[in-house]
Design a protein around this ligand. Structure first.
Ligand code: NDP
Ligand SMILES: O=C1O[C@H](COP(=O)(O)O)[C@@H](O)[C@H](O)[C@H]1O
Length: 500
């Protein structure tokens, strides 16, 4: 786990330095680490892309991103000038092997300037099709020597399906050792996602009831209020199941369902998580309809503005069968979770931005209270809100003050928003971990493949059976009606946690 020390001297090469992710997330995160005095004493950041920028233009572009998207807006009392001196832009085509000397030149220059061998981190924030070509050329640089500690950070999606993920793992491990490969899933860097482990394994209170004997079912919702945001080209090759369930949602599920780790060693945590993925019951092709629902948004209204349907978005096939909503019911075949349904859902243009996990407990075995209390009888639930609210809330029943024995449900809530002044953004945590070489919050190769195995039957069924009812939900709703039917099969309903 992280120490309180700054990481060693590092050079970060960001492939995709001219792209959206770097503009909105990576550079703002690195700048926040700098402001919070977490960056190494000696560091350099080089953005890489084919677009043309002078260093000065590049700095202006990045500062614009910070002003729009960072948790700390703007340049912060002159600190930007100090930070930007560490940042440069390398114009190069990642497919052009002859251009890679620019990387080794910069490493040599910094070694001479700092009088030490820095860690070299390659961050691949590029489309997945480019990853094999770039990784192969990086491997050929032979920077993975005794003196350099080289790491490669690979953005999601990791592969397009099980086969391509397996091939990419094989390619990366032919050039890098597993401890050098950092497969990123930014949900694992979110404070409230990490807090699931603290809640479960730093408190003796929850463990005895965290199982099939007390929990009726679990729900995981990752709802987005935004639409495609110009990513039509990407989404047409992806869909909600690939974009959110294969990675973020299954990783959250692992943290909720895993057994207690013996230590916080990266491999120990990852072993426990992969056990969960391997225990998820495989959905057979004939059962996909009972276990999974897909949706696609139509045109409609969002916050009082008319918005186009998915099929009318830029870069989208007018007859597209891509899912912008996905819901599924999973079972984990082990002693702890046998028979407990786990419902997950995600979608674009839903009613609100809300990511939360709810553990719905079973009802008390006997209601000894007067019969009128039956109307207000609610079973307990524990809700972990990941965003935008960051809190943990337990619902239980109390007696309403007065002469009658009437019960009311109340919530006891811990709010991260009030306790943590400036919770770091996920990418701050993950970039710092990558510089420190701590892979606990990153995915191991077998974990990614195990997650693909879980969703492959659904993907294959959907790809071979085109939906007859698309588009089937309107913007600002909670998705298609079929999602309500999915959960109603076992007498449950989706829980929508209202945002403040
Ligand atoms: N944007 C987001 O919010 C998120 C993105 N991601 C992932 O991050 C990755 C990048 O996404 P995003 O930033 O949105 O994509 P963009 O399309 O905005 O950026 C793509 C980047 O790749 C560069 N690039 C493309 N071809 C080459 C090439 N041949 N050689 C060198 N550079 C090249 C582009 O630079 P140029 O055109 O100048 O060559 C550009 O900087 C994807 O895997 C995505 O799934 C993950 C989570 C969220
Ligand atoms: O990885 C992705 O995540 C974002 C949602 O991230 P969040 O941190 O805002 O919840 C999603 O919009 C995007 O489609 C997906 O690629």
């Amino acid at each position: 786990m992280k120490t309180n020390k700054r990481p060693p001297a590092s050079i970060l090469f960001i492939f995709g330095g001219s792209g959206d992710l770097n503009y909105r997330k990576l550079t703002p995160a690195l700048y926040n680490l700098f402001l919070d005095e977490w960056m190494p004493d000696n560091f350099a950041i080089a953005g890489i892309g084919r677009s043309s920028y002078s260093n000065e233009e590049y700095h202006g572009h990045l500062l614009d991103g910070i002003t729009k998207f960072s948790r700390r807006k703007g340049e912060q009392n002159g600190h930007w000038k100090d930070f930007s001196q560490h940042v440069s832009y390398l114009q190069m085509d990642g497919d052009d092997a002859a251009a890679y000397h620019k990387i080794t030149d910069l490493v040599k220059e910094k070694e001479a300037e700092w009088g030490q061998h820095p860690n070299v981190i390659f961050y691949l924030a590029v489309a997945p099709q480019l990853v094999p070509s770039i990784a192969t050329k990086l491997g050929a640089l032979n920077l993975c020597s005794d003196v350099h500690c080289t790491r490669i950070v690979v953005e999601k999606p990791f592969g397009h399906d099980l086969k391509s993920a397996h091939e990419l793992n094989a390619l990366l491990s032919s050039m890098f050792k597993e401890e050098q490969i950092f497969r990123i899933d930014h949900y694992l860097g979110k404070e409230t996602v990490q807090n699931i482990l603290a809640l479960r394994f730093a408190n003796a209170l929850f463990e005895p009831i965290w199982n099939r004997n007390y929990i009726d079912h679990i729900q995981i919702t990752a709802a987005e209020s935004v639409g495609l945001e110009g990513r039509g080209g990407y989404f047409e090759n992806s869909g909600a199941l690939r974009d959110m369930v294969q990675n973020h949602i299954l990783q959250i599920l692992c943290m909720v369902a895993m057994e207690a780790p013996v230590s916080f060693d990266a491999n120990e945590i990852r072993n426990k998580k992969v056990d969960v993925l391997n225990a998820i019951r495989r959905i057979t092709p004939d059962k996909v309809g009972e276990h999974a629902v897909r949706g696609q948004y139509s045109k409609g209204w969002k916050k009082g503005e008319e918005v186009v349907g998915y099929r009318e978005e830029k870069g989208v096939n007018p007859e597209s069968a891509i899912d912008t909503f996905a819901a599924a019911k999973f079972y984990i075949d082990n002693w702890r979770w046998q028979g407990v349904p786990i419902y997950v859902r995600t979608g674009k243009y839903l009613n609100q931005k809300a990511t939360h996990i709810t553990l719905q407990f079973k009802s008390a075995p006997h209601n000894a209270f007067p019969s009128e209390s039956a109307d207000t009888w609610h079973s307990n639930k524990l809700t972990i809100s990941i965003q935008p609210e960051m809190d943990i809330s337990i619902r239980f029943q109390v007696k309403r003050p007065g002469q009658t024995m009437t019960l009311d449900p109340v919530d006891m809530t811990f709010s991260y928003d009030t306790e943590a002044d400036h919770a770091p953004e996920a990418y701050e945590t993950l970039l710092l971990d990558a510089m420190e070489g701590d892979a606990t919050l990153f995915m191991r190769g077998d974990q990614v493949e195990a997650a693909w195995k879980v969703i492959m039957p659904i993907l294959e069924h959907w790809e071979s059976h085109k939906p007859a009812d698309f588009p089937n939900y309107t913007p600002d709703s909670w998705g298609p009606e079929a999602a309500d039917k999915l959960i109603a099969q076992e007498g449950h309903t989706w829980i929508n946690v209202p945002s403040a």
